[in-house]
Ligand binder design. Sequence first.
Ligand code: URA
Length: 223
Amino acid sequence: MNESPDLLETLALARDFLAREIAYAPASIARMNDRGSDSDSLTILSQEACSCQKCGLARTRTSVVFGSGRTDADLVFIGEAPGAEEDRQGLPFVGAAGQLLTRMIEAMGLTREDVYIANVIKCRPPNNRDPKPDEIAACQPYLLQQIEQIAPVVICTLGRFAAQTLLQTTESMGRLRGKIFEYQGAKLVPTYHPAALLRNTQWKRPAWEDLKLVRKLYDGTEI
Ligand code: URA
């Protein structure tokens, strides 16, 4: 099997992580779905979003990319907005950046099925342009309700846009990443967007540090 250098690097980082820092608290393994997360409410919200006409992106989208994963996940990843592949498939992070995100999640000892993945904006902006303020405002209630219903322990934002939008700040990614913020009852850790990691490989190591912090918060071994 011919593994890409990228994958080998991720696996090497994961091996390093597992060898040195494995601390999977029994509490996380035994964690029950005791928050009363209601997948029916999320389904209803998703149906509402799928017919949303609140902004101009409704005219250009192929799909509404609501989110995917465990509806009672302890860990939620939040990106910016769907790209072309996500718009085609109706699923978040399924393009090149998504493949790296999948490997990042697996390097943390988890799978995509263990977590929930969503975006701030549910419809693809044409040509992947930055979302406009009216689009952000129209879409934000969906994300807020998703987080409320999933009630995760940890949120990991991917990239500047998601971190700045959720935290309502203009701070740079370099200053935000790796810090722990409180957000809707969860711990929020900003890290780099996987698409940015594909372009700037020197950010992979700090991103890995962020993911290790996320894993500790998920395990309850860092508060
Ligand atoms: N980039 C994002 O921010 N979200 C996706 O779903 C895909 C790429």
